[in-house]
Design a binder for this molecule. Structure first.
Ligand SMILES: Cc1cc2nc3c(=O)[nH]c(=O)nc-3n(C[C@H](O)[C@H](O)[C@H](O)COP(=O)(O)OP(=O)(O)OC[C@H]3O[C@@H](n4cnc5c(N)ncnc54)[C@H](O)[C@@H]3O)c2cc1C
Length: 445
């Protein structure tokens, strides 16, 4: 049963596409407006500069996308994604200890590039006749009815410069930056949402590398920094074209180089020599690209008084996570599942769109809280990271290090740790008394 005629989604990125599917059956028509040209070519696009860097779709993300799209894992595999058990062919190198051993944990992870994940999701979305993706349309303004205190549509500009207006019962800001929403709130005299930030100042450099006559066994190698002494980290991730992404990160003024020999040399300064040894056997394909990420940012839209009807924001527009933890696409998909369920539960109510943003924020905040805390812990381990430190940070970091060590020795803890990192199980599971006791006793052995 429909609760409205038309919903508009701003942006056909990971959040926008997932949300479009969540709106099917609740609206007669869903219009996705995307500023870029969308083609069938699976390649990074300008509007998603992060698409040139590795993107892990965590197991929790595959699960959420499978909830939205039939046969999603199969479609991803058919499109070229590699699949492995999360405990095998994945080398986790936590600081100050051996890499986690290879053990089957019964959780699948799909490995491929960001453009491939997005292309598969977009194809799924396009199969719905009620969803229409209009590309080359940059939304410039939200339309407002003061009398109804409601957003009633959007104005956009086409690539050719024409101005178009579309009416809607619901507008979803999935533009990543969320500037349209902030600007709109300013325009109607509503205060901006308070924000929580963690300044991390990560500098990424990514090379696409290939090996001849040999390939690393692992689909992913993750070498974490040894905070606070070493700030550098690196990853190697297989791509669907059988090349690998090699990404190195530094913080603050420390930027991984763009020149290949120096890039490989930088890898020799990581806490382990795994990536350096591997990169020495590879050759670079194309240019090394950089990305700078200053801060994780969470907008507390739930605290905005007098939120207008007919408008919600999702995904990075609400919370942008430090990308080194690979959580953003997963959270976006989880939010879409939550929104779908809220809308289904509202069917038949007299005013189904009333205070929708309030309910959405109330239901996605526990998800965001979990992910935010998971990322904040390692991020705040660096003394120069900017942000409010929890009073028990030292104890939490100490426990995290014991957990990593316990995962070396114990299959159950290993599995639980990966479930939490993979956003399948909330982190509080790691604080259950029996788990804490086991971790403490294992870390003493
Ligand atoms: C370097 C880097 C690495 C990352 N690695 C990972 C990872 O490993 N795993 C993971 O899960 N996440 C990762 N992320 C995060 C992930 O990319 C984002 O969380 C995710 O894309 C958020 O989805 P979104 O829909 O909010 O934004 P996006 O996916 O960025 O999509 C926004 C879309 O809106 C469009 N748009 C913007 N403004 C307008 C407008 N005015 N009108 C019309 N269209 C508009 C854009 O063109 C774009 O298509 C990484 C991020 C970075 C920066």
């Amino acid at each position: 049963m429909h609760i409205g005629k038309r919903a508009i989604v701003i942006g056909a990125g990971m959040g926008g596409l997932s949300i479009a599917k969540a709106l099917v059956d609740s609206f007669e028509e869903i219009l996705v407006l995307e500023r870029e040209e969308l083609t069938s070519v699976i390649a990074p696009r300008a509007g998603i500069p992060q698409g040139r860097h590795p993107h892990s779709l965590l197991p929790g993300g595959t699960r959420a996308l499978s909830d939205l799209f039939d046969n999603f894992p199969e479609l991803l595999r058919n499109a070229g994604a590699k699949v492995t058990d999360y405990g095998k062919r994945m080398r986790f190198e936590f600081p100050g200890q051996d890499a986690l051993p290879e053990r089957e944990v019964g959780i699948e992870i799909h490995i491929c590039t960001r453009p491939l994940v997005e292309a598969v999701v977009r194809r799924c979305v396009r199969t719905h006749r009620d969803i229409n993706i209009l590309d080359r349309r940059r939304v410039t303004e939200l339309l407002w009815s003061e009398d109804d205190h409601a957003v009633i549509g959007v104005r956009c500009q086409t690539r050719g410069g024409a101005v178009e207006s579309y009416a809607a019962d619901l507008v979803v800001d999935a533009s990543s930056r969320g500037e349209l929403t902030l600007e709109f709130l300013r325009g109607i005299g509503t205060p901006q949402p308070p924000e929580t930030t963690i300044g991390v100042d990560y500098n990424y450099a990514t090379a696409i590398v290939e090996f001849s006559g040999w390939q690393p066994e692992e689909l992913t190698i993750l070498t974490f920094p040894n905070a606070p002494d070493s700030t550098r980290m690196g990853v190697l991730v297989k791509r669907e074209d059988d090349r690998f992404f090699a990404t190195l990160c530094g913080r603050g003024v420390d930027s991984p180089p763009m020149e290949w020999e120096a890039f490989v040399e930088f890898a020799s300064t990581l806490p382990t020599d795994t990536l350096h040894r591997t990169l020495k056997k590879s050759r670079v394909h194309g240019k090394i690209v950089q990305f700078a990420f200053q801060e994780s940012r969470r907008r507390h839209f739930e605290e905005v008084e007098g939120w207008p009807r007919g408008l919600i924001a999702v995904a990075d527009a609400v919370c942008r996570f430090n990308p080194v933890h690979a959580q953003g696409m997963t959270v976006a998909a989880m939010e879409a599942v939550i929104l779908r369920d809220i809308l289904v539960a509202r069917r038949g109510s007299a005013n189904p769109l009333e205070r929708l943003m309030d309910e959405l924020m109330a239901k996605i905040n526990p998800v965001i809280d979990n992910v935010w805390r998971l990322a904040a812990l390692p991020d705040l381990a660096f003394p120069d990271a900017r942000g409010c430190r929890p009073h028990d940070l030292g104890e939490a970091l100490e426990y995290q290090s014991q957990l990593n060590k316990a995962a070396l020795l114990d299959h159950t803890i290993h599995k639980l740790l990966l479930e939490v990192i993979g956003l399948i199980t909330p982190a509080e599971a790691l604080r259950m008394p029996d788990v804490v006791e086991k971790v403490r006793s294992l870390s003493r052995s």
